[in-house]
Design a protein around this ligand. Structure first.
Ligand code: GTP
Ligand code: MG
Length: 374
């Protein structure tokens, strides 16, 4: 892999594309950024789908993992801090890495209008980096959509670390799509771990791919950037639903989707829905309309519902629907920590580093501030 050094020595871009090449004229500039191992794995899947109209960017502190990823741009941050060896599970070190690499990150993010930031919460890099990337993107005026997986219940300490990261990400993102990895135990209980992860990674990749291409490519029913902005610009907590079936049984597709939200929360109170339907060339507008009506029938009469549809002849009679529901009641995971943050006496999480059972204060992870841009 070719390594290009940039004027900022804290950053190494690991592909041959140049920052100055990032430009889109007619379409909004869309970036899909994966942070840390899980985020990078999703970006890798997305890159394989050959996404048109968006640039894929993988950011990590771990050179070895980054080398295995395919993306338009790969950015190893904080090399002076970690020497490319990762942050050993400590989000605070990851935040430092963002600090020292900020000039390059600013340059990448300064023109973006829509930024998807994908991370697995609970480790060091994704948890520490994703909220700060969201903060930088927002400071440049982008609409920021965070997509975060929450750890398995058995990853106990990671759950607590993930909570802090999620709260930070929620603060800086216009919408936060939460994907509960525990759902894998229901969706794909028998698959080996890596294959099961791929199920979630594929769904995330497909929805980002679907939204982006219906904005930037001619589709059966186009979404424009203003539509996406209307739903995701103030979407709060969101989840994804997915369903699949054939043109002969739209009802099954609807039932499938409604029983498959990737977060344990009630979608009934959703205030917005972005629906993306893909089918073969026999898919009729009637089916598209029926599926949309079926998926949204329990939503509020004032809910903002926007739909896009694409035709992929290779799907034949199959139809796939992916939906983002926004404005949900925050799941339990976000609530207790909100209380703890309000209550300084209880602002404690277990020590992240070193394996000691002694508690440590959330500072500076909790109140970490980016230094101002020069
Ligand atoms: N969906 C999905 N989740 C993953 C994947 N890999 C890890 N996870 C989850 O994401 C969490 C964070 O793991 P990573 O993304 O590997 O961690 P990281 O951000 O690279 O952090 P460090 O390696 O500690 O710097 C884990 O606790 C898992 O729950 C993946 O490929 N897909
Ligand atoms: Mg990692």
């Amino acid at each position: 892999m070719e390594e290009l050094s940039t004027p900022d020595e804290s950053v190494v871009t690991l592909d041959s594309s140049n920052l100055s090449e990032i430009s889109f004229s007619a379409n909004p500039q869309i970036l899909v950024i994966g942070c840390g191992g899980a985020g990078n794995n999703c970006v890798n899947q997305l890159h394989k789908l050959d996404i048109k109209g968006a640039q894929t960017i993988a950011i990590n502190t771990d050179k070895q993992h980054l080398e295995m990823i395919e993306a338009d741009k790969k950015i190893l941050i904080g090399t002076q801090v970690t020497n490319g060896m990762g942050v050993g599970g400590d989000p605070r070190i990851a935040m430092k890495c963002v600090d020292v690499s900020r000039p390059v990150l600013d340059e990448i993010l300064c023109e973006a209008e829509l930024v998807f930031i994908i991370a697995g919460m609970g480790g060091g890099t994704g948890t520490g980096v994703a909220p700060l990337i969201a903060e930088i993107a927002k400071s440049h005026g982008s609409i920021v959509v965070g997509i975060a997986t929450t750890p398995f219940k058995m990853e106990r300490l990671r759950m607590r670390v993930a909570q802090v990261g999620l709260i930070h990400l929620k603060k800086h993102a216009n919408s936060l799509i939460m994907v509960d990895n525990n759902k894998l135990l229901k969706i794909a209980p028998k698959l080996p771990m890596q294959d099961a992860f791929k199920v979630i990674d594929n769904l995330i990749a497909e929805i980002v791919h679907g939204i982006t291409e219906t904005i930037t490519q001619p589709s059966l029913i186009n979404l424009d950037f203003a539509d996406v902005k209307a739903i995701m610009g103030n979407g709060g907590v969101a989840t994804m639903l997915f369903g699949e079936g054939t043109t002969a049984n739209p009802e099954t597709i609807i039932k499938n989707a409604l029983k498959n939200p990737l977060l344990d929360t009630n979608c009934k109170g959703a205030v917005g829905a972005l629906i993306h339907i893909t089918g073969g060339d026999k898919m009729s507008l009637q089916i598209v309309q029926d599926i949309t009506a079926g998926i949204t029938h329990r939503l509020d009469a004032n809910a903002n519902i926007i739909m896009g549809a694409s035709v992929k002849p290779e799907l034949g009679k199959r139809v796939k629907v992916l939906t983002i529901m926004t404005g949900l009641k925050p799941p339990k995971m976000l609530c207790p920590m909100d209380d703890e943050i309000r209550d300084p006496v209880r602002r404690r999480i277990p020590r992240i580093h070193g394996g000691s059972s002694q508690d440590t204060d959330l500072e500076p992870f909790d109140d970490y501030k980016m230094p101002p841009t020069k």
